[in-house]
Design a protein around this ligand. Structure first.
Ligand code: SAM
Length: 399
């Protein structure tokens, strides 16, 4: 929980005076070692705005790598944590432009405007509206996305007839990793009800139990799981006229010079795959594919098989582009004493341990294995049927 901004703070930060003060503040180190001196300096020059200045510069620094133009933004600590990564937001904006050419898009929980920034001015987007209940965030959005129509409104009371509505309910329970529908604000089911029949995209945490939404609450739209550079970022519920009840995984990767590649797979693909024929490689599929329940579909597309029908490890004689593969040295038992001997025989000095389907904590196992050799290796621990098994592999390689 950072500094609590007021709309008066935001007005100051946007003023000519405030912008100059921000420039000066950004020259300071603001580290734990320098902070006492920095605060004294800023207090002498800018009190009572020193805390707002420090917090803004610190938020900007933390936003680098997540938000485009981070060094120009006004943010609160919470708003930054809740904001959509610019690469992910840009991909969504491009999808909306592709699906609904010329659409006016209304982000009904716009916060400080990370999604709006990627929608505004994009080819194929006809107009952008943002609304939120939080006055401070709206004031910051006014700075971050100039020219966009912004209003204070409850997402549960439709205030526009935009072609597409975008919502990103906030989690109320702070740091909890457990995802509960009732912890969202505005509540997810209410959003789905209020905008039923309209083109709607609702961003949720990736832990969303979307099969429960389908089975218990009759959600009939599309579920998209998106990852960026190997981390699963979000689940998005798309609904509206013509949207089919498919599952989709979108795997985004940033390359050199910020180029982004997107790989898509849906449950429309075949999921017919061999099980149990062990190839030269083990492939650990991207988390978006796993969470979307599309491991078999992905395996079929790339000519891979499954080690076990219930476990999301793939095997084959090649590794799909962008994926990490582990070349198998040999299959081993999971008993610790036997593992210790095999690893010593292979002169293992450092070990990446991957686990699926077994109750093993990789870090504590690694400590107990007391590696003394010099060679880096990988160990994939899993089960085939009911039996635990291991695969000693060369270090993982990204293709
Ligand atoms: C997770 S944040 C949205 C982040 C945004 N998508 C971004 O990328 O910056 C959720 C926002 O919903 C707003 N909110 C919560 N309940 C609301 C409601 N009933 N109506 C409108 N906004 C609401 C919060 O103030 C917060 O700014």
């Amino acid at each position: 929980m950072g500094y609590t901004f007021t709309t008066a703070d935001v007005a100051y930060l946007r003023s000519r005076q405030g912008m100059k003060a921000l420039e000066q503040t950004s020259l300071l180190e603001l580290s734990s070692g320098s902070m006492i001196g920095d605060i004294a300096d800023l207090r002498a020059r800018y009190a009572p705005q020193d805390a707002a200045l420090i917090e803004t510069v610190r938020c900007r620094r933390r936003a680098r790598g997540k938000l485009r133009n981070a060094d120009d933004l006004l943010l609160t600590d919470d708003a930054l944590q809740q904001s959509t990564n610019s690469v992910v937001a840009a991909h969504r904006a491009a999808e909306i432009a592709g699906r609904h050419r010329g659409a006016v898009v209304h982000d009904v929980t716009c916060s400080t405007g990370a999604e709006l920034a990627e929608l505004a001015g994009r080819d194929g987007i006809g107009g952008v509206i943002g609304s939120d209940l939080d006055d401070v965030r709206l004031a910051m959005a006014r700075h971050n996305v100039p020219g966009v129509t912004l209003l204070r409104a409850d997402a549960l009371t439709p205030t526009s007839n935009a072609d597409v509505v975008l919502a990103d309910p906030a989690r109320r329970s702070g740091g909890s990793r457990v995802f509960r529908l009732e912890d969202l604000s505005p509540p997810l089911l209410d959003v789905l009800t209020v905008y039923a029949g309209r083109n709607l995209a609702v961003k949720c945490a990736p832990g969303l139990d979307y099969s429960m939404l389908r089975n218990r609450f009759g959600f009939e739209g599309e579920v998209q799981l998106t990852s960026l550079d190997g981390g699963v970022r979000e689940a998005v519920l798309w609904s509206g006229p013509g949207i089919a009840p498919v599952r989709r995984a979108t795997v985004l990767r940033t390359g050199t010079a910020g180029a982004v590649t997107a790989t898509e797979i849906t449950d429309a693909a075949s999921d017919d795959v061999p099980v149990g024929e062990i190839g030269e490689w083990i492939v650990d599929p991207d988390g978006a594919i796993v969470r979307a329940g599309l491991v078999r579909h992905y395996a079929h597309r790339h000519g891979l098989g499954l080690l076990d029908p219930q476990i999301a490890y793939l095997t084959g004689d090649s590794v799909p582009a962008g994926e990490r593969g582990f070349r198998i040295i040999g299959q081993v038992g999971v008993a610790e004493r036997a593992l210790r001997k095999v690893l010593a025989d292979h002169d293992c000095g450092s070990l990446e341990i991957l686990v699926r389907g077994l109750d093993v904590d990789p870090d504590s196992l690694r400590k107990r294995l007391k590696l003394k050799g010099s060679r880096p290796l990988s160990l994939v621990l899993t089960r085939i049927g009911r039996k635990g098994t291991g695969f000693l592999c060369e270090p993982g390689v990204r293709f």
